[in-house]
Design a protein around this ligand. Sequence first.
Ligand code: SAM
Ligand code: SF4
Length: 342
Amino acid sequence: MNEPDQSVATCAQMIDPFGRTVSYLRVSVTDRCDFRCVYCMAEDMTFLPKRDVLSLEELDRLCSAFVAKGVRKLRLTGGEPLVRKNIMQLFRSLGRHLESGALEELTVTTNGSQLARHAAELADCGVKRINVSIDTLDHDKFKKITRWGDLGRVMEGLRAAQKAGLAVKINAVALKGVNEHEIETMMTWAHGEGMDITFIETMPLGEISEDRTDQYLPLSLVRQRLQERFTLSDIPYKTGGPARYVEVAETGGRLGFITPLTHNFCESCNRVRVTCTGTLYMCLGQDDAADLRAPLRASESDDLLNTAIDEAITRKPKGHDFVIERQSSKPSVARHMSVTGG
Ligand code: SAM
Ligand code: SF4
């Protein structure tokens, strides 16, 4: 491991009331997106006015404050991070923390639509691995799920990413009756292309136009079905995120499961999230939050910001309590995933 960065004044680490060290920050750099995935957004979303959104310089300052407080892994997400104007400037400037060794990993979660034009530069900024979200390999179904997306373009992006030397992990939301019978095909495709793949259960975040109980497919069932045809062995592989991994003997590839609903993963949570307006959420599944934009904009020094972060970490809750049940059509949390970032 590299020596810590001397240019980043190190502050006290972030340790929450349950003794968990916060070392992973996910930042939603925009709430906007060029897709309208049915489980994520309504088609007629109202986006934030630009003045409420942190500038790229403010985002850099905010991220750097977290790095000084012990964040080792930083993921930019959204909305769609790669549709934000001049976003490469932010990757480029955050890359300095990789060079200095203060940050272990800078990464991104993307829908892949803009990857073809950005992949080489991402690699040049020090990004080594990326997550690309693809829920189906069927072009028509892809259009139905994303409403506005084009699978061909995303595939071009994947090729560009691999050519640039980026390791790609595919993220797919398991959707009952939609990609339920494609899971095996997607897994063998991803592994055949040298990519890891992770399946995610739908989370009850934000009002959407569909009924979530119709979409929810428990991954315990997915795993059970895969086990009828494949040999899955649990492995201790960790990427700092909530996925649990297995190795698939027949394909030699890695398969992850993110199961917020069937298996609570909160006990090992090392993450916090910031929205593009500078709101810090200590838990994806709870409403409690802290405003970091006011302290950020109130002074050029980071003292107020650091105090606000420290205070917020003392309020990190033990866990979430997502439920998807027939009786309640309301989401557990009103904000959309595109606000807090996946
Ligand atoms: N636009 C980028 C993308 O799609 O990868 C980044 C943001 S997106 C909100 C991050 C991840 O969250 C995606 O993999 C998406 O499939 C997932 N996601 C969105 N809404 C979700 C929900 N309600 N439940 C589970 N996963 C969700
Ligand atoms: Fe956009 Fe990602 Fe949400 Fe799809 S999941 S609408 S690509 S933010």
